[in-house]
Write a protein that binds this ligand. Structure first.
Ligand SMILES: [Zn+2]
Ligand SMILES: [Zn+2]
Length: 131
């Protein structure tokens, strides 16, 4: 059975997905929960996590593991790079900078078959470097 058919449709999951696609803020599960709590008054944080995991499994969204802090989620699954502010924790998409040839470099050096890669740049955003 194809991944996409493995799960029953869920109104809540559809809203989580559309919410993630409508923001560029790479939110946490807690943020999603507080947004959707207004719409679904019996929603629990556990339900949000479960649906997020299904969406990750279906490759409709991606999980951005960020070390010690909470996981953040991204409705954009195309290859794109992130800038992460080390002070305020903001995660921003970096437009127009993708280096597909990096996959080939890895393949040449390892013999592996790379399908995708992720790249995070760390530093300080405008408002944090102005302080
Ligand atoms: Zn910042
Ligand atoms: Zn992103």
């Amino acid at each position: 059975m194809a991944d996409k058919q493995k799960y029953k449709r869920s109104k809540q999951r559809e809203r989580i997905y559309s919410l993630l696609c409508s923001t560029k803020d790479h939110p946490t599960a807690t943020w999603i929960y507080s947004e959707l709590k207004k719409e679904f008054n019996n929603l629990s944080l556990g339900t949000v996590y479960r649906n997020i995991n299904i969406l990750v499994d279906q490759k409709k969204i991606q999980r951005l593991q960020s070390g010690s802090s909470f996981d953040r989620f991204d409705g954009n699954v195309e290859t794109h790079y992130h800038f992460i502010c080390e002070k305020c924790g903001k995660i921003e998409d970096l437009p127009c900078v993708v280096l597909p040839e990096l996959n080939a470099v890895v393949n040449t050096n390892t013999g592996y078959h790379t399908e995708k890669h992720r790249l995070d740049f760390y530093g300080f955003c405008f408002s944090c470097s102005a302080q």
